[in-house]
Design a protein around this ligand. Sequence first.
Ligand code: GDP
Ligand code: MN
Length: 385
Amino acid sequence: MKIHEYQAKAILAKYDVPIPRGQVASTADEAVTIAAEIGSWPVVIKAQVHVGGRGKAGGVKLANSAEEVRQHAGAILGMDIKGITVRKVLVEPGIDIKHEIYLGIILDRITKAPVIMASAEGGVEIEEVAKTNPEKILKLVVPPTYGLRGHHSIIAADFLDIPADARKTFKKVLDGLVAAFIDNDCSLAEINPLVLTGSGHVIACDAKMNFDDNALPWHPELAELRDDGEEDPLEVEARQKSLNYVRLDGRIGCIVNGAGLAMGTMDVVKHFGGTPANFLDIGGGAKAEQVAEALNLITSDPNVDVIFFNIFGGIVRCDIVAQGVLDALKSLPDFDYPIVMRLSGTNDEQARKMLTDSPIHIAATMAEGAQLAVKLSEEKRTAGV
Ligand code: GDP
Ligand code: MN
């Protein structure tokens, strides 16, 4: 789960990370009021969307008067940044930037530990620095056994050339960022840029936090920060219906039981020249209602040509899934997408018999099913429907 900059800053502030004291506005008038309360110039107006690179896209502007605040806030609100409409802006006291640092922490799959990343080349996208000047990024493993220690911050401060009088605050920022990352089960927490100001202060100019969705049940207070307006509407709907769905950009809708099999199905579809439209794990859920919801969800995506069910009957019985699909189709009289179904495992023969009089195409193997789904999708394309 992603959150907005202003929300990430509020969390970091609780961990003693210095942040500019701003507020969020959803109209230009509100932005003007907040700027007046700040009472100093310039103020900065920042688009709140779940994507990076807002600065480059024109979503971050400095304002030196109430009139400029109105003008910039008016322009940024409603702006489209990488496909997301800006509905809120953060208004903060402007920072006198002397130097921009990158400071982040991610969960690294290779070392299986949180890894701090730091670079004096802050402000720009760190992926760019990693490509062009990887030696300018310091990586420090935080061993889960003993956590962050004093030497981490000394090594990072040396690497970044932090002046002596700013080191105490820098340590506070690093301690706060790492603690916030661990306490909240983040997959990423970053401050880009962390700013050294003209007067020698250290302050977080931007903040980003991503959370591990699987840990959210432990953090009910975080789930409240979710902004459905920033996400794919089909994924939001799927979550509300407890369906494990991720939208992709292909043409073959996949309904599968089990996450591993779902991944495998996508690979096989690709292997035979098709493109999966989604990941969807219905798990053991084979009730007609659930299958109907899954079919409705997948076919709300206009790219979808055909549905491919790939079911392995282990704990869930194939005949129960077959019945669920038949019942679901009965409840959707207008459903006219071709369906390919591969059923293997417990009671598969019985299940296939149940489907013989239905319009569903039965495939003997996963490969055969994928090939047939790809063929039906291509036929639909050439027929221009
Ligand atoms: P991002 O582009 O989405 O990462 O948004 P940031 O919050 O990082 O802002 C982008 C850039 O705008 C920063 O790297 C700064 O150079 C600049 N910027 C942001 N806030 C201020 C500010 O208060 N004062 C000044 N002078 N520049 C700012
Ligand atoms: Mn940034």
